[in-house]
Design a protein around this ligand. Structure first.
Ligand SMILES: C[S@@+](CC[C@H](N)C(=O)[O-])C[C@H]1O[C@@H](n2cnc3c(N)ncnc32)[C@H](O)[C@@H]1O
Ligand SMILES: [Zn+2]
Length: 440
């Protein structure tokens, strides 16, 4: 622990100041010792450089196992890639200038892959996690001058009010007993005008969700190494199977929805994410953009931006509520629209546009599959994206869930800007409730 952390810490129970105990002489970095509360006299040990505000890992034992087993797989500076940096930029919308020199909190830091990014971008970075993932995070990045790792529970954070310029939490709050309550515990620690970014699960495929919950309930009572053995077994058997072209068609296409397996090209990453899918105690898969923006409103956060779908939201703290609730709401009513994806997803997008009365705004349908080009969908000739002139449309709606990341990259490479120029089709369902929220 770096001693400048004391400026922002307080007792999670009574909110009084903390002082350093048991350290022979004050140094800039404390590896072993304790923090004492000047109010309730509680004592919080510092073990291997990590202040511990919880005495056990509660319901997150699966994450303690996960992040110590795969402690470096997703950490860019350990694997030489930029995958986590790109995911971070994509899910938070932050660029290095937004973080440099700022106090930044990562809620649920896991093995520290995003602490790695934020600290390399020049932020004074603090990561908290309830699980013993903090051991991995501390080993990976805790030695850096601008990083601190803390073991703490999001529901009892050991921070003073309004101390962070930026708070982010990626893939965490839906793993708590109450996603909304966890989200609402964050804004009080954010400075006025500070930014918050979250990424949360939102899966609308009921079969997929029910099957996942069934397997999770079955597996959860088992020891973590048994869930690990099962995850690596299904990866070994079903990954090659799910890659067969026949799997794209019914009835085979049902199988990956009933027994999902992560499809990452790297074996370790694939087994990690499969384990991550089946092992958590809590997994709220229903964090719709509308729900998250409602929480923003409740938490005194404004200028919400929907950065991605399923749900990435960024917002600004504005307790007085003078800023608008949305920074920009994707409004399709006055746009010329192109549907990207001429399969079942494309038809569904056309139906949803019809339901909100804007199907007449569609000016084209495109698909990367040459077999679909030349066919018709909803009266539109399906073409290749490259055949479209940029001045012939305003907005692209990506209507292929599985192709979403690749198409997103393709559109960015063509100079389109996410959210401003293109969105995923799932957002169409959210359009009416979001408009209602915006008018409140
Ligand atoms: C899927 S991992 C994500 C880790 C990291 N954000 C990443 O993307 O690599 C979810 C993390 O949330 C943490 N977590 C769950 N409940 C928590 C709580 N109540 N307080 C703090 N962290 C929690 C888990 O321990 C776990 O490390
Ligand atoms: Zn206290």
């Amino acid at each position: 622990m770096k001693t400048d952390l004391l400026d922002i810490l307080c007792c999670p129970t009574c909110q009084h100041d903390l002082t350093l105990l048991d350290t022979a002489r004050p140094t800039a970095v404390v590896l072993e010792g304790a923090l004492g509360c000047t109010g309730c006299q509680a004592r919080y040990p510092i073990v291997r450089g990590v202040p511990r505000f919880v005495s056990h890992d509660g319901y997150v034992g699966s994450f303690s196992y996960e992040w110590n087993k795969w402690n470096r797989v997703q950490v860019d500076s350990a694997n030489g890639s930029r995958v986590s940096e790109e995911a971070f930029a994509h899910k938070t919308g932050f660029a290095p200038a937004d973080l440099k020199g700022k106090w930044v909190l990562d809620v649920g830091c896991g093995a520290g892959r995003f602490l790695d990014i934020a600290s390399r971008w020049g932020a004074r970075t603090v990561g908290i996690d309830f699980s013993f993932a903090v051991e991995a995070a501390q080993n990976n990045v805790g030695g850096r001058d601008n990083v601190d790792v803390i073991q703490a529970d999001v529901f009892h954070l050991p921070f003073r009010r309004e101390v962070f310029d930026v708070i982010f939490s990626l893939g965490v709050l839906h793993h708590t007993r109450d996603t909304r309550e966890a989200f609402l515990s964050l804004p009080r620690h954010l400075k006025e005008g500070g930014a918050i970014a979250v990424w949360l699960y939102y899966y609308t495929d009921r079969l997929y969700n029910r099957a996942t919950d069934f397997w999770r309930r079955l597996l959860r009572p088992l020891p973590n190494r048994a869930i690990y053995a099962w995850s690596s077994f299904i990866c070994r058997v079903f990954y090659p199977l799910y890659r067969l072209p026949a799997m794209a068609h019914a009835p085979f296409s049902l199988l990956p929805r009933v027994l999902p397996v992560n499809m990452h090209a790297d074996w370790h990453w694939r087994v990690l994410d499969t384990f991550d899918w089946y092992s958590p105690v809590y997994q709220d898969k229903d964090c719709s953009p509308t729900r998250v923006v409602e929480w923003c409103r409740e938490g005194g956060l404004r200028e919400a931006e929907l950065l991605d779908f399923p749900t990435s939201v960024r917002a600004i703290k504005d307790s007085s509520g003078t800023r608008p609730l949305f920074k920009a709401l994707p409004d399709f009513r006055d746009k010329r629209l192109v549907i990207f994806g001429a399969g079942a997803g494309g038809q569904q997008a056309l139906d949803r546009l019809a339901a909100i009365g804007v199907s007449h705004r569609v000016v084209g349908v495109v698909d990367n599959d040459p077999a679909k080009q030349g066919q018709r969908l909803g009266g539109h000739l399906v073409t290749a994206f490259a055949e479209l002139r940029r001045d012939s449309y305003d907005h692209v709606i990506i209507a292929s869930l599985h192709g979403l990341p690749a198409i997103s990259t393709q559109l960015s490479a063509a100079g389109l800007v996410k959210a401003r120029d293109f969105v995923a089709s799932g957002i169409l369902e959210e359009f009416a409730p979001l408009l209602r929220l915006a008018s409140l």
